[in-house]
Ligand binder design. Structure first.
Ligand code: HEM
Length: 440
């Protein structure tokens, strides 16, 4: 596949005057002609979203302002909302900017095998794409299910699973902390609290990571994940327990099996991937930035600071699709039509110069980032708190067990995953003094 033209570099210069980059991927055959607003749109893909997303967002902002025309896979037009104020405006006004994906006016031109279909959400019955009263009731059920997780038990279980995972590589003196740690911990912890058995937890964790990777077996893994959730819901209907799935079933506003399974899958997937990337991105920051070097030798002092900084500078949730205007409107100076697709640029909004005129000013103690979204479809507080407990427990356990952990490759050789949607590392190779297992 040809890579798209890079945007011209605009570091510290005014908006470039040369011709804009044009799409390099062939357009989907059924698409109508690009609207005038999108003739100089850039593709929301390509290596620069991997290597220097912040610079790309800066350039887009310089050229288009807080709302930029972009092209998704196959030349599909969309709007990327880059401004902090504009993201708040969209997420706070669910009547004008709906989460109902059926409003998208391009569905008829989108083929069945378009790879972004699952992300945009056609025909999904999950909570993500419901609106109004139906959404409120489903969100209450999800919240109740998560609220019942005892934070002390969550911390305890996270530490225990962290220790088990570290036992798997501590005697070796080296590890890839993404594959062997960050991408296992949240799913294994959550599987326990959702009521999966230990062996089911291993299988579900494998399936969900396979799906996230878009591996060759991703479709099979998605089916396996669906089946596992469906079987769990059936089992918990028969024999309810003190787990999140049983609470989700008992609070379900309709009792529909399919809805409950979909919401369980959303809770699991929406929780695991960003939390895994949050752990990985924080460990990378602590291992590469000298401000945090002390905490590696001295313990936990700045873990919270590093976790917070990641949510400002390298948030896992870079861009989230989507919202659809319910009528023609103007946003950030751009004319939007009813049914246009909006992508929420949380990462770009976090570095909007309107709210952070001096990026060098420390973000310590400031948690006004938009990384958890905002408004009625934002990440529920119970989700944020659970994510923080799991991530912090995992990072602290690792630093306690491997106090001299260090990168095994030069920092500039670390690779980010090629995705404009989620920011996370492909691998985090480290070395450390081999130590004994603790759990036997
Ligand atoms: C235990 C961990 C987590 C759980 C259980 C969880 C759960 C959820 C759920 C159920 C939603 C859908 C809300 C709705 O549509 O009503 C959601 C949305 C969201 N979550 Fe989380 N989440 C977790 C961790 C995270 C983390 C670590 C991040 C990012 C750093 C994150 C970012 C988001 C964002 C940006 C949205 C909003 C998407 C939008 O506006 O369309 N979540 N989360």
């Amino acid at each position: 596949m040809t890579q798209p033209e890079p945007l011209p570099s605009a570091a510290a210069t005014p908006a470039p005057a040369e011709p804009p980059s044009r799409p390099s991927l062939p357009s989907l055959p059924g698409l109508p002609d690009l609207p005038d607003s999108h003739v100089d749109a850039v593709e929301l893909s390509g290596p620069r979203f991997q290597t220097e997303p912040a610079q790309v967002y800066r350039e887009l902002r310089q050229r288009h302002g807080p709302v930029a025309p972009v092209l998704l896979h196959g030349g599909v037009p969309a709007w990327l909302v880059l401004g902090y104020r504009e993201v708040l405006q969209v997420t706070q006004d669910a009547a004008l900017f709906s989460r109902d994906s059926s409003l998208w006016r391009l569905w008829s031109a989108i083929p069945e095998d378009w790879p972004l279909r699952p992300l945009i959400g056609e025909k999904q019955e999950s909570i993500l794409f419901t609106v109004g009263e139906v959404h409120r009731k489903r969100a209450d059920a999800v919240n109740e299910a998560l609220f019942g997780i005892d934070p002390f038990a969550l911390r305890d279980r996270s530490e225990r699973i962290a220790d088990t995972l570290i036992d798997g590589f501590c005697e070796r003196g080296s590890s890839d902390l993404i594959a062997e740690y960050a991408r296992l911990l949240p799913a294994l912890v959550l599987a326990y609290f959702f009521g999966f058995s230990d062996s089911e937890a291993d299988e579900v964790t494998h399936s969900i990571n396979d799906m996230m990777d878009g591996a060759e077996t991703a479709v099979e893994s998605q089916a396996a994940f669906y089946t596992a959730c469906r079987e769990l819901v059936a089992a918990k209907r028969e024999h309810p327990g003190a787990d999140a799935t049983s609470r989700l079933i008992s609070r379900s506003p309709t009792g529909s099996e399919e809805e409950i399974v979909q919401d369980l899958m959303v809770m699991f997937a929406a929780a695991h991937q960003p939390t895994a990337e949050w752990i990985g991105n924080t460990l990378r920051l602590m291992l590469t930035d000298e401000r945090f070097a002390l905490s590696l030798s001295g313990g936990r002092r700045s873990v919270g600071w590093a976790m917070n900084e990641v949510l400002w500078e390298d948030t896992p949730s870079q861009n989230v699709a989507g919202r659809w205007p319910t009528r023609d409107t103007v946003l950030g100076g751009q004319r939007l039509h009813a049914g246009d697709l909006l992508v929420l640029g949380f990462a770009a909004a976090n570095t909007d110069p309107q709210v952070r005129p001096d990026p060098a000013v420390s973000t310590q103690g400031n948690s006004a980032f938009l990384s958890f979204g905002h408004g009625e479809h934002g990440c529920p507080m119970t989700g944020r708190e659970s994510a923080e407990t799991i991530a912090r427990a995992g990072i602290e356990a690792l630093l306690d067990r491997l106090p001299d952990v260090d990168l095994a490759v030069p920092a500039q050789d670390l690779l980010w995953r090629p995705s404009p949607w989620m920011r996370g590392l492909s691998a985090l190779p480290v070395r450390f003094t081999p130590g004994p297992r603790t759990l036997g």
